[in-house]
Each structure stands twice: as C-alpha cells, then as structure tokens.
Design a protein around this ligand. Sequence first.
Ligand code: ZN
Length: 135
Amino acid sequence: MIKKIEHIGIAVKNINESNQLFEKLFGVQNYKIEAVESEGVSTSFFMVGQTKIELLEATTENSAIAKFIEKKGEGIHHIAFEVDDIVAEMQRLKNEGFELIHQQPKDGADNKRICFLHPKFTNSVLVELCQEKIK
Ligand code: ZN
C-alpha cells in the first residue's frame, strides 16, 4: 500500500551550492549528506516541517542524475512514496501494467529499500517507492 509522499528529489549540479541555497530557502540545515555509490550520486536531506527534500548531485558521468541534468537541466527529479511492503507493491504495480526500472528493491539513501517506476508509464513523473529498512 502506498502511504504518503516520503520525499521529493531535486537534481542539482553542485550540491554544496544548493545546500546553501536550500538552507536559506527552508530556514533549516540539512540533516544528512550521503553518497550512494551504486547510483553514482551524492545526496543531501532536509526536513521541512513534515516534508523531506532530497538533493541529488551526480558523482559519475553515467549516473541517472547526470543524464537528467544534461537533458532537462536542474529541477524536480522524482517523487518518492512510502510503502509498507515494497516487494508486494512492486508486484501490484507490475500487475497493473506499470514498468519497473529494476526488478528487485535496491539500497537507497537514508536507510531505504527503493525501486523506480519507468516514467513512460506515469505521465513522465519519475516515481520512487521506498520502504524503511528494519534496523
Ligand atoms: Zn529519492
């Protein structure tokens, strides 16, 4: 079951500069910086009230964020929804005709198991599913 928006991901060219910009905008500091090497990204997380914002900077040329910025420039990259059972939700969405970018959940930033849906099937919105890892 999809529970709520877990975070919104924003692609940025320079995470240090964008950290300063969003700190000013939100009036809060980021609570975490985390590299996800498998995705070729560096991430920064802000908690704005109850809403989480993730900044993503590419750390390799082949990363999806590098390609996104090349095509579309900086901006909103994905919307992540919290699910209670990611494997069950992936199966449900597959049965509904959505295409998953990966067939198994992957490790994401901020202690999550994640999966992306192909934007071709979601009105070009890149949708991430995420489930908190059990510690
Ligand atoms: Zn995300």
